[in-house]
Design a protein around this ligand. Structure first.
Ligand code: ASP
Length: 439
């Protein structure tokens, strides 16, 4: 077995966490490739090393003195090195970073040093090889990730390294300049390494025991999701549930490699498995609930709309002309409604309305704001009778008015629109009917 293990910033914030991570890696010989993030927050209110590095770069590019911030960063690594009783000296590394910051090496270069230095410390601590991500992870001229070249070069390097540490978050442009992924991008590096190594599993270690059935800010101590498919995850992530960087799914999904989300502070917990497909059923019929506030609806009615060829296209054209993306389009016989993000829509609303009148000539047009959308997601729904019935009776009992219903043709989710003010209560009611009744 070959496992690629990625550790997030909160798992590597200080020496104590590093030691826990070391125990986790050493407890399983299959954990052969390690992808670290930069040290994160030690306590709430603390600053992540990546943010300190961005601050350094801001000061450097304004020609201001950044020595104090760089010293603070160095202190973070010195504390880890000392706490682990390592004899590693980062003086040369910091001298190079300082010189490059003076030369204005760029924001991405600055930010990437958090992972780079943490990779060096981790490799030293574990006695693993260190592979600089700039030598094995590539972007093309346009700045897009170059999957083919990366897979070839990285795959070749890993063949010759039994155990290695590859820092997360960055790679190199064709001219050698360092470029980072977007924030949280070490998750992507982990997936890329898992693909190149033909790993059996990509373990993503963080500070929670996986995905939860609902947002813990709304539901107290929600149940954990044991197994979730990539498609279910995509639906939930789109609706705001987050644990993993979205772009980290593609490289492993392509190879059928499962992702296992694990908790560094509770290594015995099996976490959540993210898989392509599974015969395992969720205990609760549904897999998860997620939602977002802040939507507007534009409802349009026109007699004989159903008989007018191209009507829907004309309406949607009015949104496209204003570069507004559309969330959902539930429709009736002579009515249709378009759901959009309020913040994208409001400044362009009158241009959209006049576009609709010009293109589609509706009889009635009505705009409403302050709506929330909730996705109830579950692969088990298509083979279970009465799921929609249970959702709506739970909402009715909680005296919540349902403003919109949309069931995707995949029968993987039901999307419900409610007033912003009813959002939390609606999630509580749905969670109660599916999960609490099963406990
Ligand atoms: N250190 C980077 C960030 O804070 C990347 C990561 O942690 O994945 O976004």
């Amino acid at each position: 077995m070959k496992k690629v293990v990625k550790f997030g910033g909160s798992s590597l914030a200080d020496a104590e966490h590093f030691a826990k991570v070391g125990d986790i890696i050493r407890s399983d010989r299959d954990r052969c490739y390690v992808v670290p993030s930069a040290p994160g927050k030690r306590v709430s209110g603390d600053t992540k090393v990546t943010d300190l590095l961005y601050a350094c770069d801001d000061l450097a590019s304004e020609g201001k003195d950044y020595a104090g911030v760089l010293r603070e960063i160095r202190g973070r690594y010195e504390d880890i090195i000392k706490g682990l009783s390592l004899t590693l000296d980062l003086s040369d590394e910091f001298a190079t970073i300082d010189a490059n910051l003076k030369k204005k090496a760029g924001r991405d270069y600055a930010a990437s040093r958090g992972e780079y230095l943490n990779g060096i410390v981790m490799a030293n601590y574990l006695g693993y090889d260190f592979i600089d991500a700039a030598e094995v992870i590539f972007f093309d001229e346009k700045g897009d990730f170059d999957a083919d070249r990366t897979n070839e070069v990285l795959g070749g390097r890993l063949k010759n390294a039994e155990n290695a540490v590859i820092p997360g978050f960055y790679g190199a442009m064709p001219d050698g300049r360092v470029k980072t992924f977007s924030r949280g991008g070490s998750d992507i590096t982990g997936a890329i390494v898992a693909r190149a190594a033909h790993a059996d599993v990509y373990e993503n270690w963080t500070d929670v025991s996986g995905f939860l059935v609902a947002d813990p800010r709304i539901i107290k101590h929600p149940r954990k999701i044991e197994t979730i498919t990539y498609l279910e995850l995509r639906e939930l992530a789109y609706m705001g549930a987050s644990v993993l960087h979205e772009d980290s799914i593609f490289p492993v999904r392509k190879e059928g490699i499962p992702i296992n989300i694990r908790n560094t502070n509770d290594p015995e917990d099996d976490g959540t498995w993210i898989v392509e497909s599974t015969a395992k059923k969720s205990r609760y019929t549904i897999t998860g609930i997620a939602g977002k506030k802040g939507f507007c609806s534009v409802s349009i009615a026109k007699d004989m709309m159903n008989a007018e060829v191209g009507f829907v296209r004309k309406v949607l054209q009015a949104f496209e002309d204003q570069d507004i993306s559309i969330e959902h389009v539930p429709s009736g016989i002579d009515t249709m409604t378009v759901f959009v993000h309020e913040d994208e829509f409001i400044s362009k609303e009158q241009a959209v309305v006049s576009g609709i009148y010009r293109l589609a000539k509706p009889d009635v047009l009505e705009i409403e704001s302050g709506l929330a959308l909730i996705a109830v997601v579950g692969r088990g729904m298509k083979s279970t009778r009465g799921t929609a019935g249970r959702i709506f009776s739970a909402l009715a009992h909680a005296r919540i008015n349902v403003r919109m219903i949309d069931q995707g043709s995949s029968e993987l989710n039901v999307i419900i629109g409610v007033d912003n003010d009813d959002f939390e209560r609606a999630i509580e009611a749905i969670y109660a009917i599916f999960v609490e009744t099963q406990i």
